[in-house]
Ligand binder design. Sequence first.
Ligand code: FES
Length: 322
Amino acid sequence: MEKLAVFVDALSRQGEHCIAVRLTPEPGKSLPAWEAGAHIDLHLANGLIRQYSLTGPPGGTDHYLICVKNERDSRGGSRYLHNELRLGQQMEISPPRNLFPLEEADSYLLIAGGIGLTPLLAMAEELERLKQPFELHYYVKRRSHVIFRERLDSHFAYGRCHVGSGCEGRSPRTALPEGLAQPAAGKKLYLCGPEAFMSHIRNRALDAGWRSEDIHSESFQPPARNIPCAQIEHDFTVTLKSSGMSFTVPPDKTIAAVLQEHGVDVPLSCEMGICGACLTPVLEGKADHRDTVQSETEKAGQKQLITLCCSRSLTGNLVIDL
Ligand code: FES
């Protein structure tokens, strides 16, 4: 997997719990251009790989900006970045990958919860550049948690920005944006935040008559798996188109793990179904999707892609384009 060397060029505190990290390329080099909604993988010195959305005005090749929350139940990534990261430190990252692109529309409703602001702020910057109307609604528990406050307080000529604080009685449960009750042809809804936050807003949007294909969301948390006790995982086989070789995937292993055991190169990153690095076309059979990378519309579409790190099969065999 391609890696890029970058340096930590600036660190700044954002709200009570977050730090913004500015990454620059090696002297004389530039970074790949990026689009709103893109994320990068950070390869940490402790061996972990974590995904962070790029934020700020998209496109720039002289630096990337990410924001990292100090998660109380950190799985090691955010704690490492908050405790160990130093100015000037060299790091390795992946090139940007965009699974949450801005689609063409007449107007946009962007709704962020907490650290989920980062990709949506990049979208707001891009829409401002394109002179496209948008509303950005950003929910936090307390005002002291607001990140990128200066940018939010400054003027967007084409968009309006609203911050809702749960402690002031304006949470997604008590004060949803009026625009959520007003779906319209040519209007798109983008969501980013904790899983429960997104599913609450997605359900309200569907109740209000939004078409599911006009609702776009991104999660950087693994989905809560809720497999009924009665559901037993089954063996299935996976067949590679290139060689015709088939391998059995037992209940306790992922497709990726089985392929790697047999020397097949699988592009992996998060290994939790949230980054899209391992998405592979399915040529025959039906995938049992366990990821949050793809929308429900994509999962139900004709052209099937499967995340090899976590998804399984509903049919006895899956032929994949590897
Ligand atoms: S490795 Fe991230 S979705 Fe599979």
